[in-house]
Every structure is written in C-alpha cells, then in structure tokens.
Design a protein around this ligand. Structure first.
Ligand code: NI
Length: 198
C-alpha cells in the first residue's frame, strides 16, 4: 500500500467516525441528543431500600430532579405530575412510576423523602444517595444543580438552583419526551395516555 492510499483510507475512517459521533451525539437534531439522556444509577429509595434503574424496568418512569426544601418549583412540578396521573385510568397509572430524585442529598435523607412523597401521587418514589452518585445521576440526565450563590457556607438553610424537567422514560429506560413544571397537567395526561396507553 502506497503511503497516500493509507492516508486516504485513514482520512475516510476519520470522516466516518466523525459522522458516527455526530449522529450518535445528535450534532444534527435535538432528538438524537435527547435520546442519549438517562442511564444507570444506584440510589436509595424513601423506604431506605437500594434501588437501581433496572428495578424500574417494565414500567414507564416520570423522572424529576429537585429537593424537598424547594419553596415553589419542585412542589409545582410534583403537583402537576400528581394531577396528570390522577387524570389517567387506574391501569395506565399502574404502568407509570413517578420518581423524585433529590439534588440535595445532604438534607434529603430517606426519612425526609418518606415524609415528603406523602404529599403527592401514591406511586411516587423518592430517591437519594451519596453526593457522588447523585451528581453522576444528574449528569446522565443533563440536569444542572448548584447551591444558590447567596447560600451561607455551613448553613443548613439554603436554596439550590436546578433544572426543572420531567423526563418520560420508556419501560427499557430510554428517553421518550419531557415536560416542565409549567406544562399543564391536562397536557401531560394527554401525552401519557397517548404513549403509555391503557
Ligand atoms: Ni425546586
């Protein structure tokens, strides 16, 4: 093989790899990029039981990241999820697990989550974990969070800024679509009925 053939072949390989990466990571469309949202996690539920993403296989998941001390956005989102679920028939509800993953594991212990999830849909599962595992899980869902700038170091009274997105994942743990805390429950319910069926 002459050198320039090799260079040509290598060049073609690089172009193919680049196209593959572009397609895989969704350089072209938002849809492809969103398709890579989600993945494995290992956390602890509001009953103190270890839970991984695999424990939720076979059911749709409505995943929301937030924290129990959140004054407004998180309760709004979880209320919307609850109201949307309540609009569905019981069989459809059984096929969906709403999941609240804390981004404030320091204060949101299993016990704290256990009291909090009581306020919302009975299927709601609260998840907490180590700071590292929570950060990793947020990362694979492309969720941003950070303690608010005016937070006083060492204080236990602080706000946490965070993305507010409700992810609908299918029974294989793959991304389907998403909502926000401002999506009307009626709209969420319509979408769920369409995707999950009855
Ligand atoms: Ni919040």
């Amino acid at each position: 093989m002459r050198l320039y053939h090799f260079v040509l072949l290598a060049g073609t390989g690089i172009v193919i790899a680049a196209i593959a990466a572009f397609t895989l990571y969704g350089g072209g469309t938002g849809g492809n990029r969103l398709a890579s949202i989600g993945g494995p996690f290992a956390l602890v539920d509001h009953k103190g039981q270890p839970k991984t993403d695999k424990d939720f296989r076979g059911r749709y998941m409505l995943i929301y990241f937030g924290y129990t001390y959140c004054p407004d956005v998180c309760p709004t989102a979880l209320q919307s999820i609850t109201q949307a679920m309540d609009r569905l028939n019981v069989e459809t509800q059984k096929r969906i697990t709403p999941i609240f993953i804390t981004i404030d594991p320091e204060r949101d212990t299993a016990r704290q989550l256990n009291a909090y999830v009581e306020n919302f849909h009975p299927n709601l599962v609260g998840l907490t974990g180590t700071a590292e595992e929570i950060a990793k899980t947020a990362r694979i869902y492309r969720v941003y969070f950070g303690r608010a700038k005016d937070a006083v170091e060492e204080s236990t009274d602080y706000l946490v800024d965070h993305s507010s997105i409700v992810f609908l994942m299918n029974p294989n743990g793959k991304y389907v679509t998403h909502f926000t805390h401002t999506t009307p429950p009626r709209k969420i319910a319509e979408q769920l009925a369409k995707v999950v069926g009855s």
